[in-house]
Design a protein around this ligand. Structure first.
Ligand code: FES
Ligand code: FES
Length: 190
């Protein structure tokens, strides 16, 4: 108890504990940012509320929907489940950081071209998860794509267009002129 009291006293120096902020360096989308935020904040909250990066979406906050997915150390991470405090000097990439200069990432182009985003709420998280997959495995099978995106829920698309868009982006990374298959654009003949 005495220890608890002591810790509280320390946190209260100059400010009430609820207002105390931590100052950290975050590496977001290739830029180092000095940020001050309440220590209980998740990475999702700091990205959206303190850095203005609202591309990362806020969904269940329970680790179930995947809409808050970003890349942390190059791997997909549910940003609602990690404290921003734990991310100092670790590379974070959000959907805003996927573009290559002025050019959208091939995944973003393929999603737009094939209609893989409808309301778009799940799209930033899916793009980040797909980016991690293609970085690790440039020619994934349909099953590997399904598994990589299995933690990302989409209420609109039925997933098929999403899988096809990831496949098209993978092909475009090898051949920038690759075209979608006719059946992807027009459906299968019956
Ligand atoms: S908001 Fe993070 S998993 Fe749903
Ligand atoms: S496009 Fe609407 S939830 Fe996926």
């Amino acid at each position: 108890m005495a220890q608890k009291m002591k810790r509280r006293g320390k946190g209260a120096a100059g400010a009430s504990p609820s207002r105390a902020k931590v100052h950290l360096r975050l590496d977001v989308n290739g830029e180092t940012q000095e940020v001050a935020f309440a220590p209980h904040k998740t990475l999702l909250e700091v990205l959206r509320e303190d850095l203005g990066l609202t591309g990362t979406k806020h969904g269940c906050e329970l680790g179930e929907c995947g809409t808050c997915t970003v890349l942390l150390d190059g791997r997909p991470q549910l940003s609602c489940l990690v404290l921003a405090l734990e991310c100092e000097d670790r590379p974070v990439v959000t959907v805003e950081g996927l573009a290559r200069g002025p050019r959208p990432d091939p995944l973003q182009m393929a999603f737009a071209e094939l209609g893989a985003a409808q309301c778009g709420y799940c799209t930033p998280g899916i793009l980040c998860a797909a980016k991690a997959l293609l970085d690790a495995k440039p020619q994934p099978t349909r099953q590997e794509i399904r598994e990589a995106l299995s933690g990302n829920l989409c209420r609109c698309t039925g997933y098929i267009k999403i899988f096809e868009a990831v496949e098209l982006a993978a092909r475009r990374m090898r051949d920038p002129d690759a075209k979608p298959a006719a059946e992807v654009l027009h459906g299968r003949r019956v």
